[in-house]
Design a protein around this ligand. Structure first.
Ligand code: IMP
Ligand code: MG
Length: 176
């Protein structure tokens, strides 16, 4: 994979600035109440960690892993690969942290799953929103950036498992 082909869509500086704004907005919501940052593996980890570092309230971390993708195509089938413990969800304020909402299938599944486990509240925060590709009706409570229909990579997002380590969100320019 040649990094020279990856163009910057959202820079490290823009992300850092937006993370601070989001952390402040989220704090306004929860104030003194504890919130669980439920981090969706693997893609949301860099974003969640940077966001958490800017969060002033009480938060705890938990992790969940679902998968709906093979390569770069959404299959629409959600597979729960790493579940959460019911006791970590029941009666808790859950903030799902995602890297991107694309078709919306994953987020819709997660919200239903967490409500089923008895969460006190379920809210959602996504770094990126690709509204043009939505297939089911879900809307995140907190959105870092709205993006057009690009396949993006970096800052946690993968290109066939690679390029998650990039400090920015990028895309590969194709020759038309
Ligand atoms: P959804 O269920 O279609 O909303 O897909 C959500 C998941 O698909 C995300 O959590 C990502 O893992 C993956 N995904 C969707 N679009 C992209 C992209 O542009 N780059 C990398 N991963 C993506
Ligand atoms: Mg993901």
């Amino acid at each position: 994979m040649n990094l020279d082909n990856v163009k910057v869509l959202i820079s490290e500086e823009e992300i850092e600035k937006r993370n601070l704004e989001l952390a402040e907005e989220i704090y306004k919501q929860y104030g003194d109440e504890e919130v669980t940052f439920l981090i969706t593996l693997k893609g949301a980890t860099p974003f969640a960690m940077d966001l958490a570092k800017k969060y002033k309230g009480d938060c705890v971390f938990d992790f969940i892993r679902v998968s709906s993708y093979a390569g770069t195509e959404s299959t629409g089938n959600i597979i729960l690969k790493v579940p959460v413990k019911e006791e970590n969800i029941k009666d808790k304020n859950i903030l799902v942290i995602e890297d991107i909402i694309d078709t919306g299938n994953t987020m819709k599944y997660l919200i239903a799953y967490l409500k089923d486990l008895g969460a006190k509240s379920v809210r959602t925060c996504t770094l990126l929103n690709k509204q043009a590709r939505r297939k089911v009706d879900v809307k995140a409570d907190y959105v870092g950036f709205e993006i057009d229909d690009y396949f993006v990579m970096g800052y946690g997002l993968d290109y066939d498992e690679k390029l998650r380590q990039l400090p920015y969100v990028g895309y590969i320019e194709t020759n038309k």
